[in-house]
Design a protein around this ligand. Structure first.
Ligand SMILES: [Zn+2]
Length: 423
């Protein structure tokens, strides 16, 4: 039905269905008069206007389904908590870094869980566009004239890893645009279910795109505010570079190197890639990856045989939860966290099952009444709570403030302190 309506009427209709006071503001932010792309006729091109000077104007090429979802989901047309910090408060600057182009540098000390910035994309496109090389006219070529000069400048100032490569499939002008998008686009996932799984989108976030690869920070795209947050995951010192990971960091060093060279055209020189003991690093990363997939770690004595320790995924409050199960919860958290620390992959914790393991270790220590263990895991759980404030699906069990209160006197804070004590 929707595809037979004009886009303007469709948007009006969808917005009327949004029972939120913002719907009026939202419809006024959407400019509906964008011409259709001949190459993607069923993907309306919409514009979301900036809400402040620091905000980006967004041009998005979305399916009708994604657009409907967006209209019913956007909680707030403004990018929400912590849009790009005003310049006087910002904690970063952009600097040329030898061999790496322009990067993002901290201008003060940043703690894990701090928001570095939040920004909206200038351009959002279906994720698989870059695969459709043979299409003519190419959607990327068609969308370019629809961008404002400001949007174009922001994208064209970024690095193009494909600049020196050639393809016979598209003309050089289109190829350079595809290269810019392929080098810089980050996932902008909208919760749109289709018959074949999900639709994925990618966006150009001009500031976050400056982050080089390695990770001491992570980004999180919030479909409800249509903005991405860049959040520190490790302590970042003044003048240190702020980095995110471009690829799955649990791949082996050789696989990472090949992928980064192929997709981003650079030789990674992060500590793990230039380590003198790559085999051990690869093993640790494989163990982290296995753990995230299966929630089990190899026991120390018999690392790569069948002797693995599954994570005891029982309700901690269940009567059958014995002290030995609680000790195992802590043991597994300890084992996985050691690997994370050795590889400096704290950026993996917030968006993987590992944060739950951390929180559960803290709660296991409460039931055990073990103050030493509680000190360790409540601190780590509190870092997750700080981080989760900026994540669109962050669900910490306790807030940072609650952990703060609990640190001082856990016995008084938790009614269950020491209930399953093993002594
Ligand atoms: Zn590396």
């Amino acid at each position: 039905m929707a595809s037979q309506l004009s886009l303007a009427r469709f948007v009006q209709r969808a917005v009327r269905g949004v029972k939120r006071p913002q719907s009026r503001a939202l419809s006024s932010l959407l400019v509906q008069s964008q011409p259709k792309l001949a190459s993607l006729p069923h993907f309306p091109v919409i514009k979301i206007l900036p809400t402040s000077q620091d905000d980006n104007e967004i041009t998005a090429v979305l399916s009708m389904r994604a657009l409907t979802r967006l209209l019913t989901m956007l909680e707030n047309p403004s990018p929400g908590a912590g849009l790009a910090a005003p310049p006087e408060n910002s904690c970063f600057s952009f600097t040329s870094i030898p061999g790496k182009g322009i990067g993002m540098i901290a201008t003060t000390r940043i703690s894990p869980g701090d928001l570095i910035l939040s920004e909206r994309p200038v351009l959002v496109l279906p994720q698989n566009l870059k695969a459709s090389y043979g299409v003519d006219p190419h959607p990327v070529h068609e969308v370019w004239p629809l961008l404002s000069s400001n949007q174009r400048e922001k994208i064209e100032s970024l690095r193009n890893a494909f600049a020196s490569r050639e393809t016979l499939l598209v003309n050089p002008e289109t190829w350079s645009k595809i290269g810019l998008i392929s080098t810089n686009a980050l996932n902008a996932r909208l919760p749109v279910a289709t018959e074949n799984g999900k639709e994925d989108y990618a966006g150009i976030f001009p500031s976050i795109a400056r982050c080089n690869h390695s990770p001491n920070a992570m980004y999180d795209f919030n479909p409800k505010t249509f903005s991405a947050s860049l959040i520190a995951t490790s302590p970042i010192e003044d003048a240190e570079e702020i980095t995110i990971t471009y690829i799955d960091p649990c791949l082996s060093q050789s696989a990472r190197k090949a992928l980064l060279l192929e997709s981003y055209d650079f030789e990674c020189e992060c500590p793990a890639c230039v380590s003198s003991d790559i085999a051990s690093s690869d093993r640790r990363r494989m163990r982290i990856s296995n753990f995230m997939d299966h929630l089990e770690v190899p026991s120390q004595k018999n690392e790569f045989k069948d002797d693995i320790i599954p994570y005891p995924n029982v309700a901690l409050t269940h009567p059958s939860t014995t002290p030995s199960i609680l000790r195992r919860v802590v043991y597994v958290a300890d084992a996985i966290f050691r690997l994370i620390e050795e590889e400096g992959l704290h950026a993996l914790i917030p968006s993987s099952p590992i944060y739950q393991v951390v929180e559960r270790a803290a709660f296991a220590s409460v039931l055990l009444g073990d103050k030493d263990v509680f000190d360790i895991w409540s601190r780590q759980a509190s870092i997750y709570s700080r981080t989760a404030r900026w994540m669109h699906n962050g669900k910490p069990l306790l807030s940072e403030d609650q952990w703060e209160q609990a640190f001082n006197d856990p016995e008084a804070y938790f009614a269950t302190w020491g209930r399953n004590s093993d002594s």
